[in-house]
Design a protein around this ligand. Structure first.
Ligand code: HDD
Length: 682
């Protein structure tokens, strides 16, 4: 038997290296290798004459250009990715024979693509939507794909409804509007007619659907999968990615403004963080349920509209993923990567979740169209780092030259190789679950409770989080044209919480429901984002500075930011260098117009003794907007007067002090808190 490859964290990078091409400094040639003497003018009959058919160079260049686009993903079209490494903390051998999880300290290369779901490839990133979180582990036993989202539940229970759901949420077919938005009639018509959507809609209406950063959201495998160990014992498992920076969101008004100011906000954040060494990290956690406990819960483990409350089924942290390298070429890597929940390794298997079962068909099928045939596994980004051999041949774009006359099993020419490998020697073998039942098209009785966990989610929210949910419902339903859709939704969500539905009803002009409500009192504190990790690290502060600023003290404060891992950009009226009153110079990153308050986590106003009226007006705009978005605001020196003017001194998260030495600490603390919901906003 062939020796197994020694996979380490660099294995994928080394493999990709053989495909990288650097064209700079080279002679220009055609794709046939012919050096060309001219690339600016097509071949013509006379300088002012028509272009000639024989201009092979023109034809080749134009043909390639004409064919450069491929179909975008049917969902998750807008995405961004990076390379990294996954390190296992402790061996999980007792649960799974997956080798990448079976050795303490083992490092496996990974490629992760984040995405929005509904929008097309060029859509804005800060829309209200679920985010995709797909990870490819390049293991020594083949590629393992964990194709998850940033919420732990899904809209529907059975994959046969997926085309319906996606048709409902995508822009409406008669006018192709709205782009990347769920605030329209067809989505909500689908919701009220498919009440299994209730729980995931609660997540969609919550702050989770407008993440501040891909780096500040959790990931979930959603379905129950199976772990199988070397003895053949199986456990149900759910996968969770926990961001080490915690989970944090934008506010809705801010998210909409960012969509215009910087449609690339989330990818820029990921790209820049990696470039500057602020490597994003997530810990992998697993929730385990023994087979014999399958029916012990008040929800069905196989129902993808249900989460496993971590207070009931604790999360065991088993490893850490770090993203540390941006791609070299977005098309070659991010666009051509092909994920599939069916890409598994020995020790990981499927459950009978009907949503998962359907996914196992859809992902290969979609790549056949998108990547034009069955050889997409040969694209550099998709290649396993271990060898792969079988009798598959030919097809569009085939890269390998498979030698020999035999491409079939079994054969005396080849001694029937490539040969299957026994389970004991690492061959994949499906878990032998005992099955019996009638062939039916039906929903299991145990899948019929659509509201208990939706109410648990609501019960677990803090007051500001609840207010945001009510505002989100009011926005979304307020955009629906048909009153019966608004009414239907309010009636449906009265099953989750009556007061919530009544508040929404009032906002959208329909009769408030008077009955229903829910008697579920269960909560899961882990669901509230207020209980997450709080850290100022990698946050971005906009520092408003004018000429002759108090340089000695301000520079010290900025150094303090740097030492705590807080990033900042200097914003001023022009991009000319600033000099302080003691002659120190400061580079300006942006003018008030090349950036915007919505692009920062916090604003620090320094000002200067003699700034222009325009400067003062812009500074007030920056502070006002940051205040309305509950962001930390700091002011020292001349900057303090704008707080006075705005009348916001003393409000939560507004830090102003004469004592410059203490300012940095207090302000960094305010940044770590993320948002200050206790403010009175008029
Ligand atoms: Fe899916 C893409 C996640 C249900 C069919 N899905 C896709 C991506 C993610 C998810 C993250 C983007 C992968 C990438 O970055 O390339 N999908 C999920 C999750 C689901 C889910 C977490 C529920 C738990 N999906 C789902 C169902 C079906 C699909 C039920 C169909 C039966 N998904 C697809 C797809 C996509 C896809 C059409 C589009 C592009 C692609 O696969 O490669 O096949």
């Amino acid at each position: 038997m062939a020796k197994e490859p020694n996979v380490n964290e660099n294995s994928k990078d080394e493999q990709l290296e053989q495909y990288r091409v650097d064209d700079s400094g080279k002679s220009l040639t055609t794709n046939q290798g012919l050096k060309m003497a001219e690339d600016e003018f097509s071949l013509k009959a006379g300088e002012r004459g028509p272009t000639l058919m024989e201009d092979f160079h023109f034809r080749e260049k134009m043909t390639h250009f004409d064919h450069e686009r491929i179909p975008e993903r049917i969902v998750h079209a807008r995405g961004y990715a990076a390379h990294g490494v996954f390190e296992t903390y402790d061996s999980l051998e007792h649960l799974t024979k997956a080798k990448f999880l079976s050795e303490k300290g083992k490092k496996t290369p990974v490629f992760v693509r984040f995405s929005t779901v509904a929008g097309s490839k060029g859509s804005a990133e800060t829309v209200r939507d679920i985010r995709g979180f797909a990870t490819k582990f390049y293991t020594e036993e083949g590629n393992y794909d964990l194709v998850g989202n940033n919420v732990p539940v899904f809209f529907i229970q059975d994959a046969i409804k997926f085309p319906d759901f996606v048709h409902a949420v995508k822009p409406e077919p008669h006018n192709e509007m709205p782009q990347a938005a769920s605030a329209h009639d067809t989505l909500w018509d689908f919701v009220i007619n498919n009440q299994e959507t209730a729980h995931t809609i609660m997540w969609l209406m919550s702050d989770r659907a407008i993440p501040r950063s891909f780096r500040m959201m959790d990931g979930f495998g959603v379905h129950a999968f199976r772990f199988v160990n070397a003895e053949g014992k199986s456990h149900f498992v759910k996968f969770n990615w926990k961001s080490t920076l915690g989970t944090h969101s934008l506010v809705w008004d801010e998210a909409q403004k960012i969509a215009g100011k910087d449609a690339d906000f989330n990818r820029r954040d990921l790209y820049e963080s990696i470039e500057q060494g602020d490597f994003p990290e997530w810990e992998l956690g697993v929730q385990i349920v023994a087979e014999e406990d399958e029916h012990k819960f008040d929800f069905d483990l196989l129902d993808a509209t249900k989460l496993w409350p971590q207070e009931e089924i604790p999360i065991q942290i088993v490893g850490k993923m770090t993203l540390n390298r941006n791609v070299d070429n977005v098309f070659a890597e991010t666009e051509q990567v092909a994920f599939h929940p069916g890409h598994v390794v020995p020790g990981i298997d499927f459950s009978n979740d009907p949503l998962l079962q359907g996914r196992l068909f859809s992902y290969t099928d979609t790549q056949l169209l998108r990547l034009n045939g069955p050889n997409f596994h040969e694209l550099p980004i998709n290649r396993p780092v271990c060898p792969f051999h079988n009798n598959q041949r030919d097809g569009f774009g085939r890269q390998t030259i498979n030698k020999g006359r035999v491409a079939y099993q079994k054969s005396s020419f080849t001694n029937s190789t490539p040969a299957p490998v026994s389970e004991a020697e690492g061959g994949y073998s499906h878990y032998q679950e005992k099955m019996e039942g009638r062939k039916v098209r039906a929903r299991s009785e145990s899948f019929k409770d659509h509201f208990s966990q939706a109410t648990m989610f609501w019960n677990s929210m803090t007051k500001p989080e609840r207010e945001h949910i009510i505002e989100a419902f009011s926005f979304e339903l307020g955009k629906c044209q048909e009153m019966w859709i608004r009414e239907g939704a309010v009636e449906m969500f009265a099953n989750v919480n009556l007061e919530m539905a009544q508040a929404v009803a009032k906002n959208i002009g329909v009769a408030p429901p008077t009955s229903w409500g829910s008697d579920v009192t269960k909560t899961s504190p882990a669901l509230s984002m207020e209980n997450t990790v709080k850290s100022a690290a990698t946050r971005k502060v906009g520092v408003l500075v004018g000429q002759d600023f108090n340089d000695v003290e301000v520079m010290k404060i900025l150094e303090e930011f740097e030492s705590k891992g807080v990033n900042y950009e200097v914003v001023s009226e022009t991009q000319s260098k600033l000099s302080g009153k003691d002659g120190k110079e400061l580079e300006v990153d942006h003018t008030f117009t090349t950036t915007d308050p919505v692009l920062y986590d916090a604003i620090y106003a320094v000002g200067g003794p003699d700034v222009s009226k325009k400067f003062a007006k812009e500074a007030s705009r920056y502070i006002g907007e940051a205040f309305d978005h509950y962001k930390p605001i700091g002011a020292t020196h001349d900057g303090q007067k704008w707080l006075q003017t705005a009348g916001i001194k003393g409000q939560p998260g507004v830090v102003a002090t004469e004592d410059a030495s203490n300012f940095a600490n207090l302000f960094i603390e305010a940044i770590a808190a993320h948002r200050h919901w206790g403010r009175t906003i008029e």
